[in-house]
Design a protein around this ligand. Sequence first.
Ligand code: GDP
Length: 199
Amino acid sequence: LFAGDWQFFWASPSIESLPPMAGMEVAFAGRSNVGKSSLINALTGRNGLARTSHTPGRTQELIFFEGPENAGFRLVDMPGYGYASAPKAKVASWTALIHKFLQGRSSLARVYVLIDARHGLKDVDLDVLKTLDKSAVSYQLVLTKADQVKRTELDANIAATATALAKHPAAFPEVLVTSSRTGAGMPELRAAMMRLLGE
Ligand code: GDP
């Protein structure tokens, strides 16, 4: 699956323009600059597939990437949230789009919520977890940029994240730890997706 060719498939600026449901989808969410594009590129082995955001919050679209032919597997790049300068209306439209997407998407097997390993969970992340709790979709936290923190700090942030997760029974209890720069955690994340596909 991850050895094959991944391609851009579809961009949806609104809930009316989603692609028809098919196969299995896995979505990625996270604050702007959390390293979401880098992670998608590292996972698929295709640099530049997901465009890294030089303008925070630029993409207000759901971007779908399609796996190798006949694999029946798609990745969904959700628009980044939580950038400081976002006007209220934009935040509201993000929330509405995501909420509707999560409600009616039976092809969506899991949402990976990315958290910067240096910063841990912020209030805006906790709001997103609440939104996810209200949807029927299973989700899992993924720490990013693990190469940027010392082992002791990383362990403390993993523990704090796991503790916070205890209040969210809908969440998958295991926290994945990754670095797009070093490739750490990529085999584990790929394996987790392969397991979903096999279920
Ligand atoms: P996005 O806004 O969530 O899509 O984040 P990007 O993928 O554009 O990454 C934001 C910034 O973090 C960029 O400067 C990346 O080079 C950097 N970055 C992303 N992943 C990593 C990582 O694993 N390690 C390090 N050190 N930097 C990263």
